[in-house]
Write a protein that binds this ligand. Structure first.
Ligand SMILES: Nc1ncnc2c1ncn2[C@@H]1O[C@H](COP(=O)(O)OP(=O)(O)OP(=O)(O)O)[C@@H](O)[C@H]1O
Ligand SMILES: [Mg+2]
Length: 307
């Protein structure tokens, strides 16, 4: 299928795919990648759901990159994070695909005609804040374009017929620790954890529910704080939240609706919102440069970027 001008009404992209190469190594997720790839063979719309920062976008990028050679007309990642208005969802998709219509054409119609007989994987990333527009676009395009496949990421499902859902869970504990170490070593390459540091890292990751975003934020402090200090700071922050009681206004906003919610589940859901993490991260010292703290190495501590 040619990608240049296909008729007078639109032109196609000059390159065969748009999926940005990740800047960091993917840690863990081997079984999830296999299972979602299998799901994508059976369903034309797969949505990765899960809490903020669990790694949906990271997984979708990896899945997209792995499928690039299987899709004759490419894999196209449409990042909707910065798209504010529902009507801009189709416009952003057309912009990424470099598809232009003639004056008066609805963008969705232009996309529908362009994708009608193309073998494309569209990755609609970060859909949650424009969910209805994504659902509408996906319904229209999948209904009219038999070779189109869509991989969406969203904290909530799109909720349309034919959607297959994969709820992404946090990292396995050992992968979470590897992620911490990997990111910490970007700040302190000489870091080799001893037993105390390893315990601190395990505690930090558990405290952060093994959520990648939280772990990256915590590890970013490694140039100015030891793992033990990061753990202590997290514990202190949690102590403050717990002392604020089970339903203080700031926390209640994130509380589960069920009346049986415990303090832990409330804190846990607040953690998942990422809001408390930002406040914790903002209260930490800004890293001026590398500090020195040599340790020993064993087990997952042997993790190295040079693997
Ligand atoms: N398996 C992983 N290996 C390495 N880094 C990861 C992994 N999973 C997530 N990350 C990193 O953690 C951070 C958060 O991940 P990501 O942005 O994919 O989360 P998300 O679920 O899409 O969040 P949101 O709901 O806010 O869009 C990113 O910097 C990402 O690169
Ligand atoms: Mg995302």
């Amino acid at each position: 299928m040619g990608r240049q001008k296909a008729g007078d009404e639109h032109s196609g992209p000059a390159s065969s795919s748009f999926i940005p190469p990740p800047l960091t190594v993917l840690i863990g997720r081997a079984s999830e990648l296999e299972a979602v790839a299998d799901m994508m063979r059976r369903a034309r719309l797969v949505t990765l759901t899960g809490p903020g920062g669990v790694g949906k976008t990271r997984m979708a990028v990896e899945l997209g990159r792995r499928q690039a050679r299987q899709r004759a007309d490419g894999v196209w990642l449409v990042d909707l994070a910065a798209v504010g208005a529902p009507e801009d969802v189709a416009a952003e998709t057309a912009r990424v695909l470099e598809v232009r219509g003639v004056a008066g054409d609805a963008t969705t119609d232009v996309l529908r005609r362009y994708l009608a007989d193309r073998d494309v994987l569209l990755v609609l990333d970060n859909c949650e804040h424009v969910l209805d527009a994504c659902a509408e676009l996906a319904t229209t395009l999948l209904g009219a374009c038999p070779n189109l496949r869509i991989l969406a990421t969203s904290r909530e499902p799109l909720g349309i017929t034919g959607e297959a859902l994969w709820r992404l869970e946090p990292l396995l504990p050992e992968d979470a620790c590897r992620l911490f170490l990997e990111r910490a070593r970007e700040r302190r390459p000489e870091l080799v954890p001893d037993d105390d540091t390893e315990r601190a890292i395990v505690d930090i990751c558990a405290r952060l529910d093994n959520l990648p975003l939280g772990i990256e934020l915590a590890a970013a402090r490694a140039s100015v704080m030891s793992a033990e200090e990061i753990r202590a700071s997290l514990e202190a922050h949690f102590g403050e939240l717990a002392r604020a009681g089970p339903h203080p206004p700031a926390i209640a906003a994130f509380a589960p609706r069920s009346s049986g919610a415990t303090t832990f589940s409330i804190l846990s859901s607040r953690r998942r919102s990422g809001a408390w993490l930002s406040s914790w991260a903002a209260s930490m010292p800004t890293p001026p440069g590398p500090s020195r703290r040599a340790c020993r190495s064993t087990s997952w501590r042997d993790w190295s970027t040079n693997r």
